[in-house]
Design a protein around this ligand. Structure first.
Ligand code: SF4
Ligand code: F3S
Ligand code: FES
Length: 250
């Protein structure tokens, strides 16, 4: 089959291409099982080597090829032609500065990520086994879902609250915070909840719900944000998540 791409391009460093513009590419001999990312490689290798986009793993794990595909955030390596049709429009994700074509500056996104202390904190003496801080399976399930985040930014850059105010910490950072706030071994809950109680923290989420369907990992983003909001309100993570609310990952 034939597939037509319409790609939003821009090169802020080139005076002639400073403003965004659309460019079309047509590919022949495309199978409906081809992935969008493979076809982008074909465009780059066969038609225009200057087309710029990020990618690494090609298997939905690294999170580097998030983009707007036919108006919705997705990973180009996870979508097949049969999922999107023969006319494919590609744009960079919204709310972050464009560096070139489909590549955006992720630094503001990672600044928010760093702000929630995305690392395990435990200053208690090393346990008797001398090796690891054991966690029981019934406690591990609290962070089952949010622990699957690959930091692709599909959620944050689909959030109108983030588009309106780039200082909003954003759903991805809250998902990461959730993973540590509900880790029974972590000892920095109070500090994290303080960061999230900031005016640009969790309360900027207006429950618009764009983030949840945008997540390529199927994480229940809005639900996780709701749980973090409850923890901030109560000043503790205790009793916020009920065992009956926990999603089972298969
Ligand atoms: Fe990507 Fe989902 Fe993590 Fe958001 S929560 S950064 S959409 S994996
Ligand atoms: Fe935005 Fe998701 Fe909240 S889209 S407003 S973070 S529910
Ligand atoms: Fe790694 Fe798509 S290239 S997630």
């Amino acid at each position: 089959m034939e597939v037509t791409f319409r790609i939003r391009r821009q090169n802020p460093e080139d005076p002639a291409k400073k403003k965004p513009y659309w460019q079309e590419f047509t590919l022949q001999n495309v199978a409906e099982t081809d992935r969008v990312l493979e076809l982008m490689h074909r465009i780059k290798w066969e038609q225009d080597g200057t087309l710029a986009f990020r990618r690494s793993c090609s298997h939905g794990i690294c999170g580097s090829d998030a983009m707007r595909i036919n108006g919705r955030n997705a990973l180009a390596c996870k979508l097949l032609v049969r999922n999107v049709g023969s006319k494919i429009q590609l744009e960079p994700i919204l709310g972050l500065p464009v560096l070139k074509d489909l590549i955006v500056d992720m630094e503001p996104f990672f600044d928010h990520y760093r702000s929630i202390m995305p690392y395990f904190v435990n200053n208690s003496p090393v346990p008797a086994n001398g090796r690891e801080r054991i966690q029981m399976p019934e406690d591990q399930v609290f962070m089952n879902d949010t622990g699957n985040c690959i930091l692709c930014a599909c959620c944050t850059t689909s959030c109108p609250s983030f588009w309106a105010n780039g200082k909003y910490v954003g759903p991805a950072a809250i998902v990461q915070a959730h993973r540590f706030v509900f880790d029974t071994r972590d000892e920095a809950t109070a500090e994290r909840l303080d960061v999230l109680a900031d005016p640009d923290g969790v309360w900027r989420c207006r429950t618009i719900y764009n983030c949840t369907p945008a997540c390529p990992r199927g994480i229940e983003v809005t639900k996780a944000i709701g749980e973090v909001k409850l923890a901030v309100m109560r000043g503790t993570n205790k009793g916020v998540i009920k065992a009956s609310d926990i999603k089972v990952n298969h």
